[in-house]
Design a protein. Structure first.
Length: 381
């Protein structure tokens, strides 16, 4: 096939409205493709904001919009077909889209040589995987027959998908989600600036969770734990960064728990790594209730040298080395959460040691350049 077709079309089922983990991944992916003489077509749910457009801009990059590509949609299917006919890519890669779609067959009839799907699916609380019924296994192997490979972002995700047996096991690969180590270093000196922006008193010890503000992320549990922490250490301050449907309920809970002066809701932070969100934190939490498949916040906090407290669910135990880079606690166990947060707030040396350990692990295991390099090998380029 002509080198003119050295193109990868990546379909991202999210709107590029900030410089978050997905947008950073897309830029590094495009950079590594360009270094190998390939073009990158990035497809999103909506046009990027001006800041994101500038962030993604490279001579080898084209941006397309495919509305509703994350769900079964005739409109999205037709739009992807138009994109595939326009660029004739050698590789199609699907991210944050449903596993059940016509996309693999569209790519095959459009001449794509390789088709990949990355699974980012967290599961419901207490989910136990089982082998899918015979009819479903047979149907999925037809529908997704053209798929070259499925990328699991954690060993937990790999276990879930291979247990369901929807495709031959040899098509599955583990490539961890990752973090831009250099961007984490860029924000390392901006912690005080971030605190001033959100009027966090400079003498406070800051405990942060970065996530959607939805019940599955365990923020209700974190606020209950926060009441115990603040009672024991009045200089503790909690930052909930992100937005979501549950925000009014969480704000009400903070008032009812009597800790409102010790809680800051930042809303969505446009560039968490570079703006110093993690640098402003003394402890970072991931108190998920559901089976979190990975949790970008963990890798980002580790890359910034911050210790973690997370729940022992899904893939989080693969990321947090309990007792070394942070602590693992049972989900919904607010007393254990409070105890471990207090252990860290009261011991700056422990915070430093765990933070340094986390930074080493992130550099070795969750380094974006290295992990996207693994993806290049799968592409065969």
């Amino acid at each position: 096939m002509s080198s003119e077709n050295n193109t990868v079309v990546s379909v991202f089922g999210f709107a590029p409205h900030r410089i978050g983990s997905g947008e950073i991944f897309a830029r590094e992916l495009s950079r590594q493709l360009a270094a190998r003489g390939w073009n990158s077509v990035l497809c999103f749910l909506s046009p990027p904001t001006e800041a994101v457009r500038i962030f993604l801009d490279q001579p080898s990059v084209s941006i397309e919009v495919i509305e509703d590509c994350w769900q079964l949609s005739a409109k999205a299917t037709l739009r992807l077909f138009e994109v595939l006919r326009k660029y004739r890519p050698r590789v199609l890669h699907l991210y944050f889209t449903g596993f059940l779609s016509a996309y693999p067959w569209l790519a095959k009839v459009s001449g794509a040589e390789k088709i990949y799907f990355t699974d980012q699916s967290s599961q419901a609380e207490g989910f136990v995987p089982t082998r899918a019924p015979l009819w479903k296994r047979a149907a999925m192997r037809v529908i997704n027959g053209p798929i070259t490979g499925v990328i699991s972002v954690s060993g937990y995700g790999y276990h879930i998908f291979t247990t369901r047996d929807l495709l031959p096991k040899k098509r599955f690969h583990i490539i961890y989600n990752s973090v831009d180590i250099e961007r984490a270093a860029l924000g390392a000196g901006r912690g005080e600036e971030f605190r001033r922006r959100y009027q966090i008193p400079p003498d406070r010890l800051v405990v942060t969770q970065v996530s959607w503000l939805i019940p599955e992320k365990g923020l209700d549990d974190l606020l209950i734990a926060a009441r115990e922490v603040v009672a024991a250490e009045p200089i503790a301050h909690f930052v909930l960064a992100g937005d979501g449907s549950h925000r009014p309920n969480l704000e009400q809970s903070a008032r009812e728990l009597g800790i409102e002066p010790h809680v800051t809701f930042t809303g969505n932070v446009q560039d968490p790594l570079a703006e110093g969100l993690y640098a402003a934190s003394d402890v970072v939490c991931q108190m998920s209730r559901w089976e979190e498949v990975f949790g970008y916040v963990n890798a980002e906090a580790m890359a910034t040298g911050r210790p973690l407290v997370g729940t022992r669910v899904g893939g989080i135990p693969e990321i947090i080395d309990d007792g070394k880079s942070g602590f693992l606690v049972p989900r919904r166990d607010t007393q254990a959460m409070a105890a471990r947060i207090l252990d860290l707030l009261r011991d700056p040396d422990l915070r430093r040691r765990m933070g340094e350990s986390g930074r080493r692990i992130a550099t070795e295991k969750f380094n974006q350049r290295t992990n996207i390099g693994q993806l290049m090998k799968l592409y065969g380029i």
